[in-house]
Design a protein around this ligand. Structure first.
Ligand code: EPU
Length: 418
């Protein structure tokens, strides 16, 4: 086991380059299964979730070669099984994309019920409803989801709740289905558009991604492509919050500023300096931090994955802020950890009341999930004294080279074995 040890109180300065988007890459890599030729994917973040996906696909017969540290060549044409190892698929949420891709390509798949962050109830009913609408039968037994289809046929699928995973999974299943599939009330996150662009670059016919109606006309064959994953909106937001919390001056490079708007707008409201220069965003101190109210919403609303980070920043602002979590029913567990450091937060259902404090104080804390872990990094960097973060495997799932990036900005962090 390992932990992070942070000696807080340093002001972060300099620049940091954002990696490829985790939540796009974890869908694009399984989507290569659909292709009848090898594909090259660039800007793949080297994080634990990607390593697991690569292990799953290799075990199934895919040939995988790293052309450089973030570029991978995947040849999924020799896959010899539609059943995935329980050991790996149960460890991460996005393994569910293998289901949509395999079902589309081979008419069958079975995977373990996916794992991932514990954010409360994480059902898959909408994924299953979508597959069934396309003509598949789906069963859950022995801890597995088993999907079968003679031939998938396009249909209209209305998503009762806006779901990133269901939107992408139904898109994957529909790519080779006969005729037209229309997904209504689709999610609009930047990674949905990225996955659709990737599919289209292989010859798929997906239109409307980024709006709430996506139309997919099935095609027979998909051809080789060379594609680059978009930058990670949440990793960028994490470094922006680190800069704002420590009162530093940091340029976050390789971002798509449009994707960052819900975050930059909130930071500006909090009196953080935000300057956009092409594909870089400079974050700098303007004065004391102001309170703000936040409601998490599907894109283009304020992202739920930034909620633990913005709560940490609001803990250091003047006044009392209200944060409403509208996406997940249990995403405030980490506030108990922040409270150990001196934050004043009270939770009532899906509402957090955050009373700003003068300072946070270093303490042993847990990374209770991925973004909670990122929030602990921010809190540790700003806190007086030493913070030790345990259960850091959560952070490994989504942040590439986090120690190197923080050290390059002047933070003091070490990863040590325990
Ligand atoms: N939902 C259903 N039924 C379903 C699927 C979802 O009711 O079949 C509900 C969920 O319970 C939730 C809401 O719909 O209340 C949204 O869930 P969504 O399906 O959008 O989440 P997801 O696809 O499982 C992805 C990200 C999460 C991110 C959410 C919301 C990946 C691999 N994960 O999860 O990212 O929080 O979208 O934006 O893309 C993270 O990166 O830390 C992370 C947790």
């Amino acid at each position: 086991m390992e932990k992070y040890v942070i000696h807080g109180g340093k002001v972060l300065n300099g620049s940091v380059t954002v990696s490829g988007a985790k939540n796009a890459a974890v869908a694009i890599i399984p989507a290569v299964v659909l292709c009848d030729e090898p594909c090259i994917i660039e800007n793949v973040p080297m994080i634990r979730d990607i390593e697991i996906l690569i292990k799953i696909l290799s075990e199934m017969g895919a040939e995988i070669e790293f052309l450089d540290k973030n570029t991978v060549k995947l040849d999924c044409t020799k896959i010899h099984t539609t059943s995935c190892s329980y050991e790996y698929t149960s460890k991460m949420r996005a393994s569910y994309y293998i289901l949509g891709a395999m079902l589309s390509k081979y008419g069958q798949a079975d995977i373990a019920l996916p794992g991932g962050c514990n954010l409360g109830n994480r059902p898959m009913d909408l994924h299953i409803k979508g597959f069934e609408k396309l003509g598949a039968t789906v069963e859950i037994k022995g801890g597995k989801i088993i999907a079968r289809a003679e031939a998938l046929k396009g249909n209209n699928v209305f998503l009762d709740t806006v779901s990133v995973g269901a939107t992408i999974n139904i898109m994957l299943a529909a790519v080779k289905a006969e005729g037209l599939t229309v997904i209504e009330n689709a999610a609009k996150e930047p990674h949905i558009v990225d996955v659709a662009n990737f599919l289209n670059s292989m010859g798929a016919n997906v239109k409307g991604a980024g709006t709430d109606v996506i139309r997919i006309k099935g095609v027979e064959k998909l051809k080789a492509t060379h594609y680059s994953v978009i930058p990670d909106q949440i990793e960028a937001g994490t470094y922006m919050v680190m800069a704002a919390a420590t009162g530093g001056d940091v340029t976050v490079k390789n971002v798509i500023p449009k994707h960052m708007e819900p975050i930059t707008a909130k930071l500006r409201e909090m009196n953080v300096g935000v300057e956009i220069n092409g594909d870089a965003i400079r974050i700098f101190k303007k004065g004391p931090l102001n309170k703000a109210n936040v409601k998490t919403m599907p894109y283009p609303g304020f992202p739920t994955d930034m909620q633990p980070l913005i709560v940490t920043l609001l803990s250091l602002a003047n006044g009392v802020s209200t944060v409403i979590e509208n996406v997940w029913d249990s995403r405030f567990k980490y506030t108990e950890e922040l409270k150990k450091m001196g934050a004043k937060i009270s939770i009532n259902g899906n509402v957090a009341i955050v009373e700003g404090v003068e300072a946070l104080y270093g303490s042993p804390v847990l990374a209770t999930d991925l973004r909670a872990g990122a929030a602990m990094l921010v809190a540790g960097l700003v806190a007086e004294g030493k913070t030790e973060i345990m259960d850091i495997y959560h952070i490994d799932r989504g942040y590439e080279k986090v120690v190197d990036k923080i050290e390059a900005l002047g933070g003091t962090i070490r990863r040590i074995s325990i």
